[in-house]
Design a protein around this ligand. Structure first.
Ligand code: PLP
Length: 458
């Protein structure tokens, strides 16, 4: 097929949008390790999880076997406002790099929340509404998840309470105001509204908070208010399930033009966009039907896959959540100042962790300034101002394309462009002023939080 036949943007028809999510766990012979009750160390049951999560979501969380799960019409109707999202052929970037590689990116930033997180937010809000709940609580770090959830809750007329890491609350007032515009109540964390918040404030006066701490507050708020449940925007298997819409659309768009991806790249914070993007492709690998090189990209400042340990750990600082087996740096790990807020989590999705352990996927860590260099190159030729998180994937896509320049290979490289960076201009400013640092934790730094992890013999 002549090159010109592949358009800049491959759009799917509305009717081609997936009708079901794909659950990659169904094709894994060795399943991800179960969530454990932190008290008994026994696997969590649907009943136990239902105290914290909506029941239907608790069922999805524990479902290791159903391959396809119907996307309810109400959710598909919402998806139709901003999906199918385009798969873009990065002709301009290819030209700039002078590479024989063909580069494609799946753009998830084309909605007001500015990221892929809306794909799961709307699903979680839907199940909460269906269960007759009054509202949901959550935490947000950089603010993308809180924004997505506030949009989803306003659509279904649910109350939305967001605990926002204090440092972001103060540094990102515009994110906060978007959430409030959609009707969410935004509280800086640690707050004085929860027991755990008061405890953390007393222990660490003046602390600017962390994601793990905000999670503990949001869980407490959900379990102490009648008619509320807690929702989470990443890490959980239910979130990867909802995000599989990204991978299914990507695959459908590639198939439409007979394109076989060789390398698939995604940034990895908690692993949800990566897990969603790669699910259908990983499924083919697991079923022995095809081969792909899959690369998870994480910041060198928070390297859970490349330098963490694969073990049971707490998901939050307050240690109220179930234990998850994952690649982790320890729940006490606090990454250095890094501008990709969405990639600052200490652990990783248990599905992504298990796929990594089985060597179905690989991982790479990249330094912040080289990430912003890639972001700048991309923005200047492709027009989109990428989120710092997304730019981790851009960095490795560029690196791979430059390798092809040396070898002459015409590889098809596909990466996930998870969002836009309009609310991250302080980070861009630091980069433009050459004031950005590249702190990489030492082995001693990591050992401290890793040795404080729970000792679970499973
Ligand atoms: C939250 C976020 C991420 C990282 O989260 P994952 O769960 O690892 O996908 C990446 N990109 C953007 C734009 C985000 O908002």
């Amino acid at each position: 097929m002549s090159e010109n036949k592949i358009p800049y943007k491959i759009y799917l028809e509305e009717s081609e949008m997936p009708k079901q999510w794909y659950n990659v766990r169904s094709d894994m012979k060795k399943k991800p390790a179960p969530l454990l009750n932190p008290g008994t160390l026994e696997p969590m049951t649907v009943d136990e999880l239902s105290g914290v999560f909506c029941r239907e979501l608790a069922m999805q969380e524990l479902d290791d076997t159903t391959a396809y799960i119907d996307i309810p019409d109400e959710i598909r109707d919402f998806y139709k406002m901003y999906r199918p999202s385009p798969l873009v052929r990065a002709y301009c970037l290819e030209k700039k790099l002078d590479t024989p590689a063909h580069i494609y990116y799946k753009f998830e930033g084309n909605n007001t929340s500015g990221s892929h997180k809306l794909n799961s937010a709307i699903a979680q809000a839907y199940y909460a509404k269906k269960q007759g709940l009054k509202g949901v609580t959550t935490e947000t770090g950089a603010g993308q998840w809180g924004t997505a959830l506030s949009m989803a809750c306003s659509y279904f007329d649910l109350d939305c309470q967001v605990y926002m890491v204090k440092v972001s609350y103060e540094q990102k007032p515009f994110r906060r105001e978007v959430m409030r515009t959609y009707g969410a109540k935004v509280t800086p964390s640690p707050s004085m509204e929860t027991e755990i918040g008061r405890k953390i404030n007393a222990e660490f006066p003046g602390t600017t908070g962390s994601l793990g701490c905000a999670i503990s507050e949001a869980v407490e708020a959900a379990t102490t208010q009648e008619g509320y449940r807690y929702v989470l925007g990443s890490v959980l298997s239910q979130v990867l399930l909802h995000q599989s819409v990204i991978g299914l659309e990507t695959k459908a768009a590639l198939d439409k033009y007979g394109i076989k991806a060789d390398t698939i790249i995604g940034c990895a914070g908690g692993g949800s966009n990566l897990g969603g993007l790669i699910s259908p492709f990983a499924g083919e690998i697991l079923r022995g039907e095809n081969n792909y090189e899959i690369i998870a990209v994480e910041p060198a400042s928070c390297p859970s896959l490349t330098r963490g340990v694969y073990a049971y750990d707490f998901c939050d600082t307050g240690k109220v959540c179930p234990l998850a087996k994952m690649y982790t740096l320890g729940s006490g790990f606090i990454p250095s100042a890094n501008h990709a807020g969405g990639l600052r989590y200490h652990g990783m999705s248990s599905i992504v962790s298990e796929l990594y352990d089985q060597k179905i996927i690989t991982a790479r860590s990249v330094e912040q300034t080289s990430v912003f260099e890639a972001a700048e190159t991309f923005a200047r030729v492709e027009g989109i101002l990428p989120a710092p998180e997304s730019s981790h994937a851009i960095r490795v896509a560029i690196d791979e394309a430059l390798k092809c320049k040396e070898t002459g290979e015409e590889k098809n490289i596909v990466f996930g462009l998870t969002g836009t960076g309009y609310f991250d201009m302080v980070a861009y400013q630091k980069y433009n002023d050459r004031e950005m640092s590249d702190y990489i934790p030492t082995d001693e730094d990591l050992q401290k939080s890793i040795s404080a992890m729970p000792k679970v013999d499973k």
